[in-house]
Structure formats: structure tokens, C-alpha cells
Design a protein around this ligand. Structure first.
Ligand code: FAD
Length: 475
């Protein structure tokens, strides 16, 4: 009897899962599955307790969905990736595994771990790997010279061309097996890692994720371009937590989008294309990570930016983290992050710019803090977003582009609806004054229980430009 082992990692779903489907192709094979938790590794990378809880709850759902198909999901917890290699080798021997199936990950530690597993298991165990977390595999979209694009727009052009020629069909969930595995899978014991409830914002399960996708593509995507920058409006899909741990695949997103908008690949304007564009940004950052693995080690892409002298300002960093900077849009955003584990994209850009270009604090402090809080924490997208905002990344905002946090608030949360939802201290401040509340309080002879701005934007802007220019001139 042939035994196939499916190793689940960040692909916690049964529908449209390439490795799982391939393992189930041989109807006579016995299929078993495994998930290995590595809390020490997660600690090293500041994984958010909310994301840990989200993974755990999805593992439980996955175990149920697999069990209905006669596939037991085994579970093991060890500390580091290196320990998981030895354990997997032992497990494969004990269960007489003939072939191991898994979906590739792009991060450097994961790539090294997988190479060690492949080496330790083969040739006795056949290894079958799949590109599943991306629409197109890294390395498949290259310039005429065969290298990875450094600039997004030509990458997107080439990407969409290849995409139109590729088979991106989604695969159905496998049927129940004829040969159910007779052994019992271990019960899932809680991770040895802090966990924090995710709440109703992100319901658990593949079905919930697919429902959200369907609803978004049917009801919201047409208005995406007009609404995507307004944090007070539900204008984006809020699918990122599901995509980050693979409860949903990018192919499912693309196919649902195409079902509602058959011409999305040709018609390059409108909301549907705007949304597709974000999925392509997701691909771009992942492809970059594979082409430049140093990005995984938090190195800036632009060499000269290594020479920037950052401020060591722990009080300012703490005020930023706590949402107490005295800039209402920044504070509302950080409080949303702290309370829910999610933040709107426009706000991520604003708070990143504020930390780096107003407070002149190293972008890596922000990157780490985000990872420690985000339910959708994703190394590639987070690193890409931070390096974009800090002007240290490839195709990033130029260093002299510095958001004014007050005018950003005026532009994207004009009436302060989002601010008022998160900063109750400002509930009495009228709409027109919400972005500069102390001015209003002074005129009213009132004292607000809300901090004064911790830094003067105009002065900070000059200091930041000087710091970037000094580093550039030194290089
Ligand atoms: P939608 O607008 O509906 O977009 C659909 C999907 O496309 C998202 O779910 C996401 O998977 C992808 N996507 C959208 N925008 C981007 C982008 N700029 N870069 C890469 N992928 C994108 N996204 C994460 O998933 N994890 C992170 O850790 C993360 N950190 C970020 C940090 C900073 C400083 C910035 C500026 C952006 C970061 N992003 C991150 C990207 C983006 O903010 C989120 O993906 C988006 O806000 C998620 O909301 P949504 O699902 O409603 O997005």
C-alpha cells in the first residue's frame, strides 16, 4: 500500500490546495497529513498572538475537513525549524511514507528548512513540491536579461502577459478517500505560544473566507478605486489574514474576480483591475524576496540607506505604538491595529511615513512592531510596505516624499469618522477641527485629554531630509 504524506504549512485549506490534490490523485494511496508548530521560530520573528490564534483555529477547522475525507492530520510541536527536520524524518519512517507533498514557501529560513528535509528524505521518499501561494512561481517573470524586475510597473506588465497564458484554474477539494487511514491523529494541543482572540472581524473557516471574497467581488469591487483609500468605509476586501496563512489562495481570488469581471485582464481601468493590481503587488514582493533573500534578513534594498543615522527615541517609539502622538489619524490607526490586529492600507502608509520620516526612527522598529500585532502578518508584504514607506526599498517612494500627517488625515478621513471611532477623547471636536484638535480647544478655552503633537512636522521634515541626504552623500 502506498502512503502519501501532505505537510501543511501556510496553506491551511482543503480547496484549491495543489499539494493536497496531488497527494490524493492516486485513489488507492493512503493519505495522511501533518502540521508542525515551531513556537521558538515564531518568537524570533515576532509573530502576533492574534495570528497564532488564527492559525490554531484554522488548524482545528482543517483537521475536521480532512477527517471528513478520511485523512488524519497529525500535529507536532518543536522549537525551531531545524528540530522539525529530524522529527519529520522519523515520522516518515514510522508511517512508511512513500512520497511527501508540500507547497513552497518563499522566506529564506523556510527555503533552507525545506532543502534540509528534501536532502534527509530523498531518495527513499519521493518529494513533490508545488507553487501554490502565488499566481506565478518566483523566477518565472523576468526581464529580457533573465533577472527579476526592480520596478513594479514593468513587472506588472510582464506578469499579466504571463498570467493570461497560464493555467490558473482552482482545484476542488478532494473527495473522501476509499482507504481511510486506520490510525488516530493526535489531538491538537494548544501551541506553546501566546494567543489572543481574533474576534468577529475575521470569522474562522474556508467557507467564511470564500463568502467574503464572493461578496466583495459582487458588491464592492466596482467602487474599489474610489473607496480603497477611505479608512472609514468598508472599501477593501479585508481578506489579507486569510491569504497570509493560506486559508484562501490567490487563484481563488483571481478566479472569483474573473467570474464577475471576465475582461479584467484586458480592461486596465476600473475597480476590478485596481483590485487585481493589489494582488500583483503581493506577488511582486514575494518574487523580490526570492530574488534578494537578504530582504528576509531585514536589509534595506538601497545600499546607501544603510548609512542613515536614525534617532534613538524610545519614548517617541512608545507614543507611536500606543497611538499617543498627538496626530489624530496616526493615533486612530495605531489604536485600530492594537485593538483588532488589522490596519487599513492607507493608514499603514501614513503611520509608516510618520515613524520613519517624522520621528526618524529606523523602519525596522516599525516592521517588527507590525509583525507582533498583525493578524495578517506576512514577511514579504510587510517588508515591502515598510521599505516602500521608508524609501529604502526597490521602487519605493523617493526619500523626499514625506507625508504630512495632518493633510493625509484631511484628505482621507475628511469628517474624522474614522478618528472619532478610535480616539474617543476627540468626540466633542467638530468635524472641521478634528485634524488639529488643540487649536479648537484653545479657542474654546478647553483642555483636551489628548496629547499635544510629539513633534513639529515642518521641523521633522527638514531633519529627515538632512539625514537622508547626509547618508546619500557619504555613500
Ligand atoms: P485589499 O485592498 O482588498 O487587497 C487584496 C489583497 O491584496 C490583500 O488582502 C493583500 O493580500 C494584497 N495586497 C493589498 N495591498 C498590498 C500591498 N501594498 N502589498 C502587498 N500585498 C497587498 N499586507 C499583508 O498581507 N501583510 C502585512 O504584513 C502587510 N504589512 C504592510 C505594512 C505596510 C507598512 C504597508 C504600507 C502595507 C502592508 N501590507 C501588508 C499591505 C496592505 O496594507 C494589506 O495587504 C491590506 O491593507 C490588506 O487589506 P485588504 O485585504 O482589505 O486588501
Amino acid at each position: 500500500m502506498t502512503t502519501h504524506l501532505v505537510w501543511f504549512r501556510n496553506d491551511l485549506r482543503v480547496t484549491d490546495n495543489r499539494a493536497l490534490s496531488a497527494a490524493c490523485e492516486d485513489v488507492d494511496a493512503t493519505v495522511i497529513a501533518v502540521f508542525i508548530a515551531t513556537p521558538a521560530q515564531w518568537r524570533k520573528h515576532d509573530m502576533a498572538p492574534r495570528q497564532a490564534a488564527f492559525i490554531y483555529q484554522h488548524l482545528q477547522a482543517l483537521q475536521g475537513a480532512l477527517s471528513e475525507r478520511g485523512i488524519p492530520l497529525y500535529y507536532h510541536q518543536c522549537e525551531l525549524f531545524s528540530d522539525s527536520v529530524d522529527w519529520l524524518v522519523k515520522f516518515a519512517a514510522e508511517h512508511h511514507v512513500d512520497a511527501l507533498f508540500y507547497n513552497d514557501q518563499v522566506e529564506i529560513n523556510e527555503v533552507e528548512r525545506d532543502a534540509a528535509v528534501d536532502k534527509a528524505l530523498s531518495p527513499e521518499v519521493q518529494i513533490q513540491r508545488f507553487n501554490d501561494s502565488l499566481l506565478l512561481p518566483p523566477g518565472s517573470v523576468t526581464t529580457g536579461e533573465g533577472s527579476m524586475y526592480k520596478v513594479y510597473t514593468p513587472f506588472r506588465r510582464a506578469f499579466l502577459q504571463r498570467l493570461s497564458e497560464s493555467d490558473c484554474r482552482s482545484l476542488p477539494a478532494p473527495h473522501a478517500r476509499k482507504n481511510s487511514h486506520p490510525g488516530e491523529a493526535a489531538e491538537l494541543s494548544p501551541f506553546d505560544y501566546p494567543q489572543q482572540e481574533v474576534g468577529d472581524d475575521f470569522p474562522i473557516g474556508e467557507e467564511a473566507a470564500r463568502d467574503r471574497l464572493r461578496r466583495f467581488c459582487r458588491e464592492n469591487v466596482q467602487d474599489y478605486l474610489e473607496q480603497r483609500d477611505l479608512p472609514a468605509v468598508d472599501g477593501t476586501s479585508t481578506l489579507s489574514p486569510y491569504l497570509a496563512i493560506g486559508v484562501l489562495s490567490p487563484r481563488q481570488c483571481l478566479n472569483r474576480l474573473r467570474a464577475e469581471n471576465p475582461e479584467v485582464l484586458e480592461k486596465t481601468d476600473g475597480g476590478a483591475f485596481g483590485w487585481l493590481n493589489e494582488l500583483v503587488w503581493r506577488e511582486f514582493y514575494r518574487h523580490l524576496l526570492v530574488a534578494w533573500p537578504s530582504l528576509c534578513k531585514r536589509q534595506p534594498f538601497i545600499e546607501w540607506t544603510k548609512g542613515i543615522t536614525w534617532r534613538d527615541a524610545p519614548d517617541d517609539l512608545q507614543a507611536w505604538q500606543a497611538g499617543k502622538t498627538g496626530y489624530p489619524i496616526v493615533d486612530a490607526a495605531m489604536r485600530q491595529l492594537n485593538a483588532t490586529g488589522w490596519m487599513h492600507n492607507r493608514l499603514r502608509m501614513i503611520v509608516a511615513s510618520f515613524l520613519v520620516k517624522d520621528l526618524l526612527i529606523d523602519w525596522r522598529c516599525g516592521e517588527r512592531y507590525f509583525m507582533s500585532k498583525l493578524v495578517d502578518g506576512d514577511l514579504a508584504a510587510n517588508n515591502g510596505g515598510w521599505q516602500w514607506g521608508a524609501s529604502t526599498g526597490t521602487d519605493a517612494a523617493p526619500y523626499f516624499r514625506i507625508f504630512n500627517p495632518t493633510t493625509q488625515g484631511e484628505r482621507f478621513d475628511k469628517q474624522g469618522r474614522f478618528i472619532k471611532a478610535w480616539v474617543p477623547e476627540l468626540s466633542d471636536v467638530p468635524e472641521r477641527d478634528i485634524h488639529q484638535p488643540h487649536r479648537w480647544a484653545e479657542k474654546q478655552r478647553r483642555v483636551l485629554d489628548y496629547p499635544f503633537p510629539i513633534i513639529d512636522h515642518a521641523r521633522a521634515r527638514k531633519d529627515t531630509l538632512a539625514a537622508f541626504e547626509a547618508a546619500k552623500n557619504r555613500a
